[in-house]
Design a protein around this ligand. Structure first.
Ligand SMILES: [Ca+2]
Ligand SMILES: [Ca+2]
Ligand SMILES: [Ca+2]
Length: 229
């Protein structure tokens, strides 16, 4: 080895990093970490949104399937409440004879008188039924995000089509029964006994908020257990 070779050896090898270099490296590392974390969080939030959206879709579909199944077997529509000037509630109460004994079992293990209710204030769809001790219990079927519940009540008594305004649209609504007077209506503008006794088709439309938009679910239940005369 020549002295010249020695002088050409770089002398930085044992000098380590300068403070400035360390600070710059730490700064860069921090920046990259922040960017990566931000990306990971936003990805997680997108997939959370997607998951909650599909949960909501699934829950809404299940709720509607259940309601449709129970309504199709219903023997009696007991009461219906529509969103009006005096009430924001939309609700339907019906009896489904699950055990087929012809008796309205209110507080059985399988209560038979059910009320589905939507109140815009809570945005929930609830189900009310008596428990085994006869106490009415209300629980949410859909815990929020319900934008609207629309109920249509119709009858297969086609002869009353057009009673309200003379327009024959091929379907008889509860309003037309109400307008027809006795024996199928009482002309009070509300869906009560005489009309509900003759309703055998119920259409339900549910709208659920989904992020910035909404999803709609609907079914039409033919009340097979009702016989019209
Ligand atoms: Ca029963
Ligand atoms: Ca009509
Ligand atoms: Ca009426």
């Amino acid at each position: 080895m020549s002295p010249t070779d020695d002088s050409q050896q770089p002398e930085v090898s044992d000098a380590g990093f300068s403070l400035v270099e360390v600070l710059v490296a730490m700064g860069l590392f921090g920046l990259v970490s922040t960017l990566l974390l931000g990306f990971a969080l936003s990805t997680a939030s997108v997939s959370d949104d997607a998951r909650s959206s599909s949960d909501l879709t699934g829950e809404s579909r299940l709720a509607m399937e259940r309601m449709a199944r129970e309504l199709r077997q219903a023997s009696d529509v007991i009461a219906v409440q529509f969103h009006s000037a005096t009430s924001t509630t939309t609700a339907i109460t019906f009896w489904t004879d699950f055990d087929g004994d012809g008796v309205r079992d209110l507080s059985a293990a399988d209560p038979e008188v059910l009320t589905y209710r939507w109140e815009p204030g809570t945005a929930r769809l609830t189900l009310t039924a008596d428990d085994a001790s006869g106490t009415a219990v209300t629980r949410p079927i859909l815990a929020g995000d319900v934008v609207s519940l629309d109920l249509q009540l119709r009858s297969s008594l086609w002869q009353y089509d057009g009673e309200l305004d003379g327009v024959l649209d091929g379907t008889t609504s509860w309003q037309e029964l109400d307008a027809a007077g006795a024996p199928v209506g009482n002309g009070n503008g509300r869906p009560d006994d005489p009309e509900l006794e003759h309703v055998d088709l119920v259409s339900v439309r549910l709208e659920v908020a989904d992020g910035s938009g909404s999803q709609t679910f609907s079914f039409q239940a033919d009340l097979r257990n009702r016989s019209q005369t």
